[in-house]
Design a protein around this ligand. Structure first.
Ligand code: ZN
Length: 277
């Protein structure tokens, strides 16, 4: 085969891959904007979210946006930001879109960001969204914490939640594609801090081996350390791996903070990161 023909074939393959990726993220944006009143189609598609190659149980592409280091500046650290772990906390997805648009304008290279705005599309995008994924698993109880290998997550679920379906940890740790992805992402990207957005408890929580650096306040959210659960992200990344996890619990799952509050949350978050990374 001539190198010209080989080049053409490689080019055609690359082109079809790019087209497929584009279509996939466009149709994903269509579904996201159909669901979220606060995110319109262009607000999603203009971001150029990239399918990571991983999918949810229902086959929805896992979309990533990266704000990489800039030539002019060595970043202070790597930050992994995740929204929508619980599918019925729609504000936790929308606010991450708002913050990505802030980074679109103002990414200065201060941090290297990797962002997944929608960790649980199966729960969020189904009619009458729900907390758990398509397998009925609470993704925030499915991580491989040391105790969950001994069945602690299931024991806790049975004894302490009385088998509450909203908090089912799954049959075994990392049984779900998305928790596998996030665990791999933490291994590969090596974030200095993980930020997880939830609702509706109106607080900021912090999990790390040493909690003395916990933010006292982020925007209008006050510190309230909730402790951890077998199989939770805070337990896995924050306590087990020693990668601090800042959890922002917005006050309402279905009502967005005002644009002023969204800005204030972001500026306080950046201020805390600058001091602590
Ligand atoms: Zn949640």
């Amino acid at each position: 085969m001539t190198s010209l023909r080989l080049g053409f074939l490689l080019g055609a393959t690359l082109f079809s891959c790019i087209t497929a990726a584009t279509e996939s993220s466009e149709s994903a944006c269509r579904k996201i904007s159909d669901k979220l009143a606060s995110v319109d189609f262009l607000e999603c598609s203009d971001l150029g979210l990239t399918p990571s190659g991983h999918t949810s149980v229902d086959g929805f592409p896992l979309l990533i946006k990266e704000y990489p280091p800039l030539k002019s500046r060595k970043p202070k650290g790597r930050i992994l930001l995740v929204g929508g772990t619980h599918g019925d906390e729609l504000s936790s997805i929308s606010i991450v879109f708002k913050w990505m648009h802030t980074l679109e304008k103002h990414h200065s290279g201060l941090f290297h960001w990797r962002i997944n705005p929608l960790m649980n599309p199966d729960g969020a995008l189904r009619p009458g969204q729900r907390r758990t994924n398509a397998n009925g698993v609470d993704l925030n109880r499915n991580f491989a914490t040391p105790d969950s290998h001994n069945g602690a997550a299931l024991d806790y679920w049975r004894a302490r939640t009385y088998e509450n379906k909203r908090r089912y940890p799954g049959p075994y740790p990392l049984s779900e594609p998305k928790t596998n992805w996030l665990s791999e992402e933490i291994d590969n990207f090596k974030p200095d801090v993980v930020i997880a957005v939830h609702a509706p408890y109106s607080l900021v929580d912090y999990d790390a081996p040493d909690r003395k650096n916990a933010p006292r306040r982020i925007g209008y959210l006050r510190k309230n350390l909730m402790g951890t659960y077998p199989g939770s992200l805070g337990n896995y990344a924050g306590i087990h791996l020693g990668v601090p996890v800042v959890t922002l619990e917005l006050p309402h799952a279905g009502i967005m903070p005002t644009s002023q509050q969204i800005k204030h949350l972001w500026s306080d978050l950046i201020r805390w990161l600058v001091r602590n990374v």
